[in-house]
Design a protein around this ligand. Structure first.
Ligand code: PA5
Length: 429
């Protein structure tokens, strides 16, 4: 049973135009490991290979953190950050960063802002703190700086021995400065598999451990992802919605629709959209090619970006990510004098109004020359999230292959680093 469904009726292209032979070829490359970046295909089978012993190790460590810390700081950037943040904000309360009865969850090292980190220090001072520093390379500057600051803080507070019990490292099995430091200081360590790249790593301890600390049922999440692996590993375009979505994106791109806007109607999807942007952007944008991934949050952004989308440059298409059913239903009350003229909606749920806003927007944008499709997700459960993560990973890998690029490298990211290091006078450059 699928928790996702793809609706393509608002497109300007016919699915008959899809080059299904090319999809089939790219599918074989993915499955047989004969395409570009084949050393990084470990994510394909993470769900089906997820073992009870891995689940137990992650859950046991998470429980010990939940039992004794009030603030849990996740240190990482890019693929070592966004998936975790997406999962926690998708599944937990809209207003609290409290992990379902466990510690409050904070993020550091995803920027180099002095004020951000100083404010974080103020916020957590006086609370019992634990850290999870995540970096596959173990050398990324942003999290390395944040970790230095936080490590110094916990060592001052708990002493070197006490700090050791409060720091968990997630990194490569053998390489990188973080791995050496973890070995030297005896930190608990989780391994990121060699064949899984940063932005495809949310279903490894990179995402699973902090999500478990946040009280998320990671076994249910992986069960949903396993369902995704089953559904989206078939080469048949008719049966594989992840490939249909990928092939339609590619078709629209070839027809000049060079920007895709992921449009959501739920604040809980905010970081999911950020994760999707990184997954698609870093995977597809290279060799002067690739769809530019953008995102908007409706209905809020209908009052800011709505005008542009309706009547601006016509190089865009939209993918609506729609939640089928909220966890709780609020109904609009009746006002006796109907002073605000809203009584025609009295008794309706907010979900009903939100749904009409989506349907109205989809048809308005189609009329305005913005082809769109809709991906519906059944609910805000770990299982649905797991399936959605796998769906997007498959789809982005397929789009990359369809467009003739390696979706598993990111050579362009190095450019800013080189310049920054030169300006900072890094030794050895
Ligand atoms: O997808 C990627 O590979 C990147 O976004 C990385 O995740 C990001 O640069 C962080 O790298 P690292 O985990 O090595 O610190």
């Amino acid at each position: 049973m699928s928790n996702l469904s793809l609706d393509c009726k608002n497109l300007s292209v016919s699915e008959q135009e899809i080059n299904s032979e090319r999809v089939s070829l790219c599918h074989d490359q993915l499955e047989q490991g004969t395409g570009a970046g084949a050393d990084y295909l470990g994510w394909l089978h993470l769900p089906s290979r997820f073992s009870v012993s891995t689940a137990t190790e992650i859950e046991t460590t998470a429980r010990s953190i939940r039992d004794r810390c009030e603030a849990f700081i996740v240190v990482g950037i890019g693929g070592s950050y966004l998936g975790t943040r997406a999962g926690i904000s998708f599944l937990n309360s809209s207003f609290s960063n409290q992990g379902q009865g466990g510690p409050e969850i904070y993020f550091a090292g995803q920027n180099i802002s002095s004020d951000y980190h100083a404010d974080l220090f103020d916020l957590i001072s006086g609370r019992d703190v634990c850290l999870n520093v995540i970096s596959k390379s173990g050398t990324t500057t942003e999290p390395a700086i944040a970790f230095r600051l936080l490590k110094e803080m916990v060592e001052k507070k708990y002493g070197a021995d006490g700090a050791r019990d409060r720091i968990v490292v997630t990194t490569d099995a053998s390489r990188g400065a973080l791995k050496s430091l973890a070995d030297d200081l005896g930190y608990k360590t989780f391994v990121i598999p060699d064949d899984v790249g940063g932005r495809y790593s949310v279903l490894t301890p990179v995402g699973l451990f902090p999500m478990a600390v946040a009280g998320i049922d990671i076994q249910e999440l992986m069960e949903g992802a396993r369902q995704g692996e089953k559904l989206y590993s078939t080469g048949s375009l008719e049966q594989n919605d992840a490939y249909r979505y990928a092939a339609i994106r590619q078709l629209l791109y070839q027809k000049g629709k060079t920007t895709e806007i992921l449009a959501t109607f739920q604040p809980a999807f905010h970081y999911l959209a950020q994760w999707w942007k990184q997954l698609a952007g870093e995977s597809e944008g290279k060799q002067l090619k690739g769809i530019f991934p953008a995102s908007v949050e409706f209905t809020s952004d209908l009052h800011s970006m709505g005008q542009w989308i309706q009547e601006g440059s016509r190089n865009i298409f939209e993918t609506f990510l729609i939640l089928e059913s909220s966890r709780r239903q609020l109904k609009i009350p009746t006002f006796q004098n109907d002073a605000d003229g809203l009584n025609y909606l009295a008794g309706e749920t907010l979900d009903t109004v939100n749904e009409k806003a989506w349907l109205g927007t989809a048809s308005a944008h189609k009329e305005g020359g913005v082809p769109n499709m809709t991906l519906k997700i059944k609910d805000r459960s770990p299982a649905s999230l797991g399936q959605l993560i796998y769906f997007f990973e498959r789809a982005v890998a397929m789009t990359g292959y369809l467009n003739g690029v390696n979706p598993f490298d990111q050579p362009g990211v190095e450019f800013y680093k080189k310049n920054m290091f030169k300006l900072l006078g890094k030794p050895g450059l």
